[in-house]
Write a protein that binds this ligand. Structure first.
Ligand code: GLC
Length: 657
């Protein structure tokens, strides 16, 4: 059952798409104290959810702030990340779900100030709170997902391997990537184009000198089954003669200052205006611009910098430079030195800058601060809604960096700028259940790590984990060690891992379709299916779909790991898609060995999964090569044509024996 409680005058976020009548009376479970909602936590209570936030699957023990934030240096100390997903399930002494539908800043103190309390504090008491009760955690998630709308459905090719790098500068760079994958016989479905494909970082432009035949390049690669996926940034460069800028100014489609002038921030292109994605007309106008690229053969996009990220504003820069000049005039003492570095670092993503601009919502000027977490969601909505009209017969790939619950209907998300750190393999895995609870099924991390230099063993172990996530993209930052797989001495091992992925795609896609269709989670904590005390403690293994459990290795030099089996399971240890052995293990704790070239996962008791012969691109997947792997059992395969925009009525289900 879902009950809705209304406080003050909430902003309509459109996270919930079903009419739910308001329940009058006091909010159950929580006490209301000084602008906050306070819940007593029993010692055994676990708090699941919060989407993309850092730390473990159980969110207890830290303070989180829902405030979409560009933080490429995040670690376990971080409070805000790119997405803001205010849904949790408290599980233990009592079990219920709660969604705080508040698009401004919201603080979650989950046993941080006091272990036995969870305190949720919205900046203003204008919000809706939904309480969801049900039979168990899975039932609560299903009910919640039922009211936030179906998750976005990507094309099948988006389950293939993608190679990305901030730094591909011209047609030759892109061709070189495609050619190397082909020569090394490593499957590939997409190459991502970061900001350097544009002319001066202007959205929807292509640099003509470096990409003289963009359309030809897109066509040539599609012929090989490789899709080009360009980036689109939120900020629109201020530049005379640039259509997007000029039209946006003329039509009043950019966010405004209090005095009605267009707000100016600075990002990659230098000074920019931000499209007012909360204004439906501006959203439709910006969305239509994607056609400038789809008309050249592009069928996928990643929307970036849409928290929105602001490197600096003119006012704050001027103020900072003035203060800095007073500090630097004499001999800088330690206090001045820290004030100086703090001020300069504080230019980026400064919270004060988000108070300075406004959105036009049905003619009403709404301060950005109060609706901050909706910006990225509405950017992807703009693209999705427009392209559903422009290209109505096929799916376009979209994923975004910033998001709010509701954004899962318009696209996927990637897990932001991580690092080539072992701990970030585990972090990514811990984010998956919370994201699935909030409807984000199409997701995954930058494999190998975005920032810092990757290593061969990290890359291999990362692939072994990521080959299960729907988004399967290797991406890295300009200036870091190049991490295209063919560059490593262990490229043969890496290639085998990619082939295992391709052998598993029918299974992964089928489980994705089931999760989407039935409002379920593709990745779940073990305790959502098995109810015993040991299972509730497991924080580094996940159930995948109905049949699989993953337990990746995420430690440097580890040649195996401990795994807890909540019941008998079959361990599949693979060196290649057709080079593996299976062994059955009893319920309990086990140490499973796996050298660097080996990955393993588990098939649940009495289950089997399909495996197909790997191909070089998803376009060639041949379902007739399917074999079943696991126990003597059948498997229900879900499948569609992988490309039609709407798969309603096109979903096929087969029982594989
Ligand atoms: C941001 C994105 C990253 C991209 C970079 C340059 O940091 O998160 O993926 O490579 O911008 O566009």
């Amino acid at each position: 059952m879902i009950s809705k409680y209304v406080f003050g005058e909430p902003f309509e976020t459109e996270a919930i798409v079903v009419d739910i009548e308001e329940t009058k009376g006091t909010l159950p479970y929580f006490k209301q104290e000084a602008g906050a909602f306070v819940l007593d936590l029993a010692e055994e209570d676990i708090v699941y959810g919060l989407g993309e936030q850092v730390r473990g699957i159980n969110k207890r023990g830290w303070q989180y702030v829902s405030w979409c934030y560009d933080n490429p240096h995040h670690h376990e100390d971080t409070r805000s990340l790119y997405g803001a997903h205010n849904f949790v399930i408290v599980s233990g002494s009592t079990t219920f779900g709660v969604f705080f539908d508040y698009p401004g800043k919201l603080t979650w103190d989950i046993g941080y100030t006091k272990r036995s309390l969870m305190t949720v504090t919205p900046e203003k008491m204008d919000l809706k709170v939904y309480i969801i009760t049900g039979e168990n955690e899975k039932d609560i998630v299903k009910q919640f997902r039922g009211v936030i709308g179906k998750s976005y459905l990507p094309p099948l090719w988006a389950f293939g391997y993608g190679q990305s790098r901030w730094g591909y500068k011209n047609e030759a760079d892109i061709r070189e990537v495609a050619q190397n994958y082909e020569e090394n016989k490593i499957p590939l479905d997409s190459i991502y184009m970061d900001i350097d494909y544009m002319e001066d970082y202007k959205d929807f432009t292509v640099n003509q000198e470096r990409f003289p035949d963009f359309k030809g390049l897109a066509q040539e690669l599609q012929g090989k089954g490789v899709h080009l996926v360009p980036i689109i940034d939120a900020g629109v460069k201020i530049a005379d003669g640039y259509d997007v800028y000029e039209e946006g100014v003329k039509e009043g489609y950019f966010c405004k200052n209090a005095d009605g002038k267009d707000f100016v921030g600075a990002v990659w292109p230098g000074k920019v205006h931000f499209p007012d994605f909360l204004n439906p007309e501006a959203r439709a106008w910006f969305g239509k611009k994607y056609e400038q690229l789809t008309s050249q053969g592009i069928d996928g996009f990643w929307n970036d910098m849409n928290e929105p990220a602001i490197f600096y504003t003119e006012d704050r820069l001027a103020e900072t430079l003035e203060k800095v000049s007073t500090l630097t005039s004499g001999n800088m003492g330690i206090n001045e030195y820290f004030a100086f570095t703090g001020m300069v670092a504080g230019l980026n993503g400064n919270e004060g800058d988000y108070d300075k601009f406004y959105h036009n919502v049905d003619g009403r000027m709404v301060n950005h601060r109060d609706v901050h977490n909706l910006y990225g969601m509405n950017m992807t909505r703009s693209a999705n809604e427009a392209l559903s009209r422009i290209v109505p017969d096929k799916r376009t790939l979209f994923f975004s960096r910033a998001s709010y619950i509701g954004a899962h209907r318009y696209g996927g998300i990637w897990q932001g700028d991580n690092k080539s750190w072992w701990s970030h393999i585990l972090m990514s895995m811990s984010q998956l259940p919370g994201l699935n609870m909030a409807g984000f099924l199409y997701t995954g991390p930058d494999m190998g790590g975005f920032g810092c230099d990757t290593t061969e063993d990290l890359m291999i172990r990362w692939l072994q984990y990521s080959l299960f996530t729907p988004l399967f993209r290797n991406h890295s930052c300009d200036g870091t060690r190049m991490q295209e797989l063919y560059r490593f001495s262990t490229k043969a091992i890496m290639g085998e891992m990619i082939k295992i992925r391709y052998a598993l795609i029918p299974y992964l896609y089928s489980e994705f379709l089931k999760a989407r269709e039935n409002d379920e989670m593709m990745f779940r904590p073990l305790a959502f299916d098995y109810d015993d005390d040991d299972t509730r403690q497991v924080d580094d293994q996940l159930l995948l779909g109905g049949e699989v459990m993953i337990a990746p290795i995420y430690k440097q030099n580890a040649k195996g790991r401990y795994v807890y089996l909540p019941e008998e399971m079959m361990c599949v240890r693979m060196r290649g898609w057709n080079d593996f052995e299976c062994a059955t293990f009893e319920k309990g704790h086990h140490y499973i060995n796996a050298d660097l070239h080996e990955m393993f996962f588990f098939i649940r008791k009495g289950c089997a999964i399909p495996l197909v012969k790997p191909v070089m691109s998803t376009k060639d997947i041949d379902y007739s090569t399917t074999q079943l792997l696991g126990y003597e059992a059948s498997y229900v395969l879900y499948k569609d044509d992988g490309i039609s925009l709407n798969n309603d009525g096109k979903l096929e289900m087969y029982v594989l024996e």
